[in-house]
Design a protein around this ligand. Structure first.
Ligand code: AR6
Length: 178
């Protein structure tokens, strides 16, 4: 698997090329959810398909959520303990989009700390259906995670799982510019 990583504080930040539902070694994965925490497409569709129908039942009771917000559920048939559902900003609508996008990563990491989790994998939130250009989203995501790393007590590994070679290259560029 293609990957690059950096250390900061006591945590490791990794960018890898892959599929968010295949992260067997991670305690939690993040879902690029919709406000009502329904199944949806893209990352959400893949996560709900792999987790099974129980995931939507639990998640829907926790919605609706607002841009930047994060909620946690069990992971059911996924190989992880938890799914952390975040609502990314719709690029043209939810402004300032960079603040809402950073909040997604920051609030998800806060939930990991609250649940004393050691690791989480994120997809590139908002960069699909929600239209956030990948070259703008990559540095926002990486900076939001990087700035939280020194304060993390439980989380030791954060992985950004990127779905295409082109998007992966954008994230590696942003990782090197941190
Ligand atoms: N693993 C990792 N990344 C993936 C995968 C996967 N299996 N599948 C797609 N991506 P999106 P959003 C990438 O649209 O923009 C849903 O319908 C994809 O290439 O899943 O936050 C929800 O219900 C893209 O770069 O999330 C919401 O309504 C990135 O993941 C809405 O879409 C995010 O794409 C959320 O839109």
């Amino acid at each position: 698997m293609k990957k690059e990583q950096i250390l900061h504080g006591k945590a490791c930040l990794e960018v890898s090329l892959g599929d968010i539902v295949m992260q067997k070694d991670m305690d939690a994965i993040a879902n690029a959810a919709n406000a009502f925490l329904r199944v949806g497409g893209g990352v959400a569709g893949a996560i709900h398909k792999a987790a099974g129908p129980e995931l939507e039942k639990e998640a829907m009771d926790k919605g609706p959520i607002k841009p930047g917000q994060a909620v946690i559920t069990k992971a059911y048939n996924l190989p992880n303990k938890y799914v952390i559902h975040v609502l990314g900003p719709v690029y043209d609508r939810d402004v300032p989009h960079d603040k809402y996008l950073a909040d997604c990563y920051s609030n998800a990491l806060d939930l990991c700390e609250e649940y004393e989790l050691g690791s989480i994998a994120f997809p590139a939130i908002s960069t699909g259906v929600f239209g956030y250009p990948i070259e703008e989203a990559a540095p926002v995501a990486l900076k939001a995670i990087y700035s939280k790393m020194p304060s993390l007590k439980f989380v030791k590994k954060i992985r950004l799982v990127i779905f295409s070679e082109r998007d992966y290259a954008m994230h590696i560029k942003a990782l090197k510019e941190l």
